[in-house]
Design a binder for this molecule. Structure first.
Ligand SMILES: Cc1cc2nc3c(=O)[nH]c(=O)nc-3n(C[C@H](O)[C@H](O)[C@H](O)COP(=O)(O)OP(=O)(O)OC[C@H]3O[C@@H](n4cnc5c(N)ncnc54)[C@H](O)[C@@H]3O)c2cc1C
Length: 508
């Protein structure tokens, strides 16, 4: 079966790598077309812990990957000024506390807080938060009983270097790369399926399944198959970003920072060789000049380039698989990078596609229906999580923030917030994003205080609960204080990789 991927950005190469690894190459002939003339979006530097599973699935050596992509470790995201000016909290990649007496931790914490006990912030009960505050990193302990096993990690990396790394890895495993611009698309008059692509050079590339990784252009799914766009800008009004790298200054933080601004927010992503920065803003509430000014003032060190403007709209396609075209990456939808979700959405789609891959060139519409069901779940849940950050804010008097605080929410999100307010129950998903602890971090971080909790928590006597909470807090803070500074850890891990002989991209 001939599979043709259009696009060589992060989506194209992640998809090609996943298919090359998961499918038997003799049955699937994979070609990727990319155009140097058009280029890639070139941002996308912060990730979620799932990326480690992806790299491990490919058999990539972690230290070598970190060295080549100038990566650092990421234990979470710090949100500054999101709940209210001056406020801050971390969304950690890890759990809050432990379930006691079979009851989720937050119920115990809410119970003690409502009783007026001085139990501190929920943040004090996360090991990953403590490690972020220490600016420290070590790999999670494999002993599940250890407090040091209660977190996961992701990476910050140079997006261009990651695409290069995957390109080499994938070509070595038999995927064909064609450089050229697609200028013509031939469809079957009866079925509407895409039959072949014509390049500017005149070359014609035929296929059975076409994967659209052409970025915001959505060349195949949008422009050719005319699959409708679902616009979500009523809930996520940011539609521009200015991105600029700057010189590194100070210690490497093991987390991304997101700083709320009157017209949007500014990201700060620490890499080994530079810091990535950007200002995501809503053109309805903030001019380009205002965004530029705020961004340049926020830099840790001198800018390394002129800021680059990117335009986008929040939303997704009604479907990601139509006929024999599957869209993955920006061609399928866009959600602003507030929680670093785009690369995860690519990974999820590439893995789902490998699992649902047609056999022998015949496309069963039921495979497409299942792919689209999963696509919708991933996007819609992620949207709700992002909207929560905006909706629950106390930045009164700022037009953007007043607007998002008073807008009508998607029913699915309104339900989650009400449930938490009334009972401290947080959503928990086994498929995709986000886990209960992530929801907790943001619900509580944005200032939502539950009025009640699961009464099964009352089975623990108040003095016992107080003792358990203070013991847990102490275990977290003493262990985190003994960790290695993040800079030191990254430097020694990557230099060990440099000493190891051989090209692991080809060997993995
Ligand atoms: C401001 C901003 C910040 C972001 N930050 C993050 C982040 O921190 N974390 C995260 O996970 N994600 C982030 N993202 C999203 C992330 O950048 C993308 O999901 C990721 O880069 C994938 O892009 P892509 O491969 O779909 O598209 P692109 O990178 O745009 O690649 C498109 C490819 O298609 C090719 N192409 C297009 N048209 C043709 C044609 N006619 N013929 C041949 N080839 C063609 C291009 O040459 C290119 O190779 C961010 C996005 C933006 C806009």
């Amino acid at each position: 079966m001939k599979v043709v991927i259009v696009g060589g950005g992060t989506a194209g190469w992640m998809c090609a790598a996943a298919l090359a690894r998961l499918l038997a190459l003799p049955d699937y002939d994979i070609t990727l077309i990319e155009s140097d003339e058009i280029g890639t979006v070139g941002v996308g530097e912060a990730t979620l812990p799932h990326i480690k599973t992806f790299n491990d699935m490919l058999g990539i050596d972690e230290a070598q990957f970190m060295r080549e992509t100038r990566a650092t470790f990421k234990l979470g995201i710090e949100f500054v000024g999101w709940d209210k000016p001056g406020g801050r909290y971390i969304h950690p990649f890890g759990t809050f506390g432990e379930p006691w007496a079979g009851v989720d931790f937050q119920h115990h914490w809410v119970r003690a807080s409502l009783a007026g006990q001085d139990v501190g912030s929920l943040q004090d009960y996360s090991y990953a938060v403590a490690a972020c505050r220490e600016g420290a990193f070590e790999f999670p302990n494999q002993d599940m009983k250890s407090i040091r096993s209660t977190y996961a990690y992701a990476y910050h990396f140079d997006a261009g270097l990651y695409a290069d790394f995957l390109r080499r890895w994938t070509i070595f495993r038999g995927v064909k790369r064609v450089e050229g611009q697609v200028v013509g698309i031939v469809r079957n008059a009866e079925t509407g399926h895409v039959e072949s692509l014509t390049l500017k050079s005149g070359a014609r590339i035929a296929g059975d399944l076409f994967i659209d990784c052409s970025g915001f252009r959505a060349l195949l799914l949008g422009q050719t198959m005319n699959v409708a766009w679902r616009d979500w800008s009523e809930w996520l009004p940011c539609d521009r970003a200015l991105a600029v790298p700057c010189e590194r200054a100070g210690a490497l933080t093991p987390y991304t920072r997101s700083i709320a601004q009157p017209g949007g927010w500014i990201w700060r992503i620490p890499l080994q060789h530079r810091t990535g920065n950007g200002h995501v803003f809503s053109s309805r509430f903030c001019s380009k000049e205002q965004a530029y000014e705020a961004l340049m003032q926020s830099l840790d060190g001198p800018a390394l380039a002129e800021p680059r403007l990117l335009r986008f709209q929040a939303g997704r396609r009604a479907k990601a698989w139509e006929g024999n075209v599957v869209a993955i990456g920006l061609s399928s939808g866009f959600l602003e990078p507030l929680e670093s979700t785009s690369i995860f959405l690519i990974q999820a789609a590439a893995t789902d596609l490998a699992n649902l891959m047609p056999v022998g060139g015949v496309i069963d519409p039921r495979l497409a229906a299942e792919f689209n069901r999963l696509f919708e779940i991933h996007y819609d849940r992620t949207r709700d999580f992002l909207v929560l950050h905006y909706a629950a804010n106390a930045r009164v008097g700022e037009p953007l923030w007043d607007h998002v605080r008073t807008m009508t929410l998607p029913d699915s999100l309104a339900h989650k917030i009400a449930l938490f307010e009334e009972s401290a129950a947080a959503p928990d998903y086994t498929l995709g994003l986000f886990s209960r602890d992530s929801w907790l971090a943001v619900l509580v971080g944005q200032g939502i205080v539950p009025r009640a909790y699961n009464r099964l928590a009352d089975r623990i006597a108040p003095p016992d609960l107080e003792a358990k909470l203070s013991d847990l807090k102490l275990r977290i803070s003493t262990n985190a204080a003994a960790m290695t500074p993040h800079d030191e850890f990254v430097a020694s891990y990557c230099s060990a990789a440099a000493d190891a002989a051989g090209d692991t991209v080809s060997a993995a």
